[in-house]
Design a protein around this ligand. Sequence first.
Ligand code: ADP
Length: 596
Amino acid sequence: MVMIMLHLHQAEELLQRYYGYPAFRQGQQQIIESILSGHDTLGIMPTGGGKSICYQIPALLFDGITLVISPLISLMKDQVDALVSMGVPATQINSSLSYHEVQERMSDARGGRYKLVYIAPERLESEQFREMIQEMPISLLAVDEAHCVSQWGHDFRPSYLAVASLVQSLRTRPIVVALTATATPEVKEDICRLLALQEGQVFVTGFGRDNLMLAVRRGEDRRSFVFDYVTANHGQAGIIYASTRKEVENLYEFLRQKGHRVGKYHAGLSEDERISNQDAFLFDDVNVMIATNAFGMGIDKSNVRYVIHYNMPKNLEAYYQEAGRAGRDGERSECILLFQAQDIQTQKYFIEQNEQTDERKEQDYKKLYAMSDYCRTSRCLQQYILEYFGDPHAKECGTCGNCTDDAELIDSTVEAQKIFSCVKRMKERFGAVMVAQVLRGSSNKKVLQFGFSALPTYGIMKDYTEKEIVEMIQWLIAEGYMSLTESQYPVVMLGERAVRVLKGEEQVWHKQRAKPIKRQEDSQLFDILRQLRKTIAEREGLPPYVIFHDSTLREMSEIVPTDKATMLTIKGVGEAKWEKYGEEFIACVTEYSQKA
Ligand code: ADP
């Protein structure tokens, strides 16, 4: 116990010295404690939650090397660049290196020159590499993006399966830490089993990201929404996800022609194009990236201020991972989903196109419905997501689009009763559109064939359009009054709450539309500091956010530090960063404050 306390104290010191952060985030401390007390550990945190620090700090405390398995070269490069810029000896071994370079780095690693060595999983399949590794004193093995070991995960990489046998082959077994943002039970189970974690402690932490303002906008003209938003947030970095290549191309052309500096990314582009477009975004040369879900894994850019989903993604796991790419620096950022009911059809089409087992399809449908419920609920969005990821005690966030929506509450009890009653009389055997048609009194062939025109509920909502009724039904489903069967042609069923409403025991309140969202303005000093960061980044050939995060620059622009001691109190300014860039930033701040 004393040992752990000692370690923790040291860990906090290192966090301040190298990273310039005063405290661990929720979850980081638990995971680090677990590793330091010698346990294999599985840490599940959302994207942007701060997984890297969970193994980087122990790496600095352990005597030997920390070997990090990382799935993407770009991800490794970013991490190693960031570590080196903080003064931590780290390197990467990947396929971009020559045989000679690999030998040299391995020998340096054996000689104790590096604390962290990043490798791609494919390395583990090389016999020669495994032999070389036997000579290395490995204290900790960190498996990043650990869901890649599972076929249930979205990025299955067979080479991850070689991790367990590597661990077994080492003379001294290192502690193993696995990290991922995927929290489904199947994936969790697979990681523990396939990586052979010994008595692995599992921590699911910090899925709540307080700085993300979640919002869903229904029925918007998507193009003009995006145009207005990008224009209003000119100069800020953002990602816009669309579900097809065609949609990406169209939106890209549209915004480009309107004079915005935008980039695009999808699997239909050549590798060179993809790399250069990605770099342009990372280096702040273009502000907005329009992309399919092919973009993002391994994107560490911390100053993404907004993520807009032009279409609804296939499930909440994918949504939260993509949306989570906003605000990794902890700064207030927006995640807006533009929902249209036809998105559900597109996703169903994708599910049907995939050659999957029936069991898998059923699961995909279930996840799709949870996603579409998210788009329709008027409950707290953050709470909805946290409950989905297994936290039943999540509180309302108070900041999402639904919590801050001060639109009037409307009593919709009577409409709800009409709908429930109609569903009941149709014996709970039809979909939302058919129910709406009966309520509207449609003389559609199918409606007449089934004899629904004789029902007392036939035509009792003829003042509404079919679309309005369908939307109301969907909303009642999202609120849990009714449910849909999980199949390709889902049927509407009544839940317990609907029965209470029918009996007059519960009322139904419905909220109206949300207001447009506006960001707060940045100060002039912040813009000047950002310019300086860009100049330094170009000089050093690094992405700007590797120099300092937006949050660090913003704090600088608020505190206006003109001496070393004050500068070191800014979050994100550690000793090494001070040595490298401190003077330049002090000079810049001083010049500004003298002019002001
Ligand atoms: P993940 O890998 O979980 O997506 P990262 O490890 O890239 O997330 O961390 C996300 C961001 O949060 C990074 O910019 C990192 O510097 C920052 N961060 C991590 N831990 C802390 C902390 N304790 N205090 C402040 N910022 C932190």
